[in-house]
Write a protein that binds this ligand. Structure first.
Ligand code: UTP
Length: 296
């Protein structure tokens, strides 16, 4: 039984970004640039590449620069046009979302990812939707969400992206409890999900990596506002409750993953994405070799 088309992408961006202090004091961490593009724009482009047409930012006070980034800046465009800077003009235009495509909803207190997703319920309505955590920069061709949306069209229910992590790290992540073997689409049926289990009791090492295709029923499960790990309302707990009610699958992502929510991951993302750019590669490679020289 296949799934309905995914039109709406939800981006939880209401977190405090404490690991990025002092940078995140006034500038939302989601606007930090990896090379020359904000982290959030990579995720929005991934959702567009997957066919999404509505974009819901779950935001909080002091983060209005996030929606401004996706506006058109007509004065800037006129200036670039007059100067014949076509490539930059294209880059500025490509960052804007179409008229009426962006919806911003508020989460007044950071009660957890599950609560942030619940805040999007009215904007999403009664249809399946995608959730993308912009901190996780996932790089692959095709992009991760596009593959998940294709899989969802075939199997329906919920599709949750995963990647292997070392067992010692399971307590940092949501973890999949596999209920069967992986198929040719890299889908594994789920028996359940656990948020941040200790390594000794983790049911697997398949960690959740911030991409979800979820049914509208998820909102009903989040309605009760039950607290989970860390006293937060956890999305993982709601997804665990979907199991048994509909098909729920883990989707194993095989591309590159950069955790831009941590300073180390963010610097790695800059280095990797910079080196992937032909005009920067030689310069960065020479610099990396020079820096590593003393350690060798
Ligand atoms: P994190 O806990 O990793 O991000 O949440 P954070 O709280 O922003 O950052 P730190 O841990 O203080 O450094 C993962 C994602 O979920 C969003 C965050 O914005 C981030 O994109 N989130 C989390 C919310 O929108 N609301 C919440 O209540 C919690």
């Amino acid at each position: 039984m296949g799934g309905q088309r995914i039109r709406t992408a939800v981006f939880p961006v209401a977190g405090l970004g404490t690991r990025f202090l002092p940078a995140a004091k006034a500038v939302p961490k989601e606007l930090a640039a990896v090379v020359d593009k904000p982290v959030l724009q990579y995720a929005v482009e991934e959702a567009r590449a997957a066919g999404c047409e509505r974009f819901v930012f779950v935001s909080s006070m002091g983060k209005s620069a996030l929606e401004t980034h996706f506006d058109r800046n007509l004065e800037l465009e006129r200036t670039l046009e007059a100067k014949g800077k076509t490539a930059l003009l294209e880059a500025a235009r490509a960052a804007a979302l179409p008229d009426g495509a962006l919806v911003v909803v508020r989460q007044h207190a950071p009660l957890g990812l599950g609560h942030a997703v619940w805040c999007a319920r009215q904007a999403v309505g009664d249809e399946p939707f995608a959730v993308l955590l912009p901190d996780e920069l996932l790089w692959s061709e095709p992009r991760c969400l596009a593959e998940m949306v294709d899989a969802h069209a075939a199997v329906g229910g919920a599709v949750i992206a995963t990647m292997e992590v070392p067992r010692a790290l399971t307590k940092k992540y949501g973890i999949l409890d596999p209920g069967g073997d992986e198929d040719a689409r890299r889908l594994t049926p789920a028996r359940g999900f656990v948020e941040k289990p200790e390594p000794e009791v983790a049911p697997s090492t398949h960690s959740l990596i911030g991409r979800y295709v979820l049914p509208a029923e998820t909102f009903d499960l989040l309605e009760a506002g039950e607290r989970g790990a860390g006293g937060e309302i956890q999305l993982t707990d709601a997804i665990d409750k979907l199991v048994g009610k509909m098909p729920v699958h883990g989707f194993r992502f095989t591309g590159q993953r950069y955790d831009c929510g941590s300073p180390g991951g963010f610097v790695k993302a800059n280095l990797a994405m910079g080196m992937a750019r032909p005009e920067l590669r030689a310069e960065l490679l020479a610099f990396a070799r020079e820096m590593a020289g003393g350690d060798g």
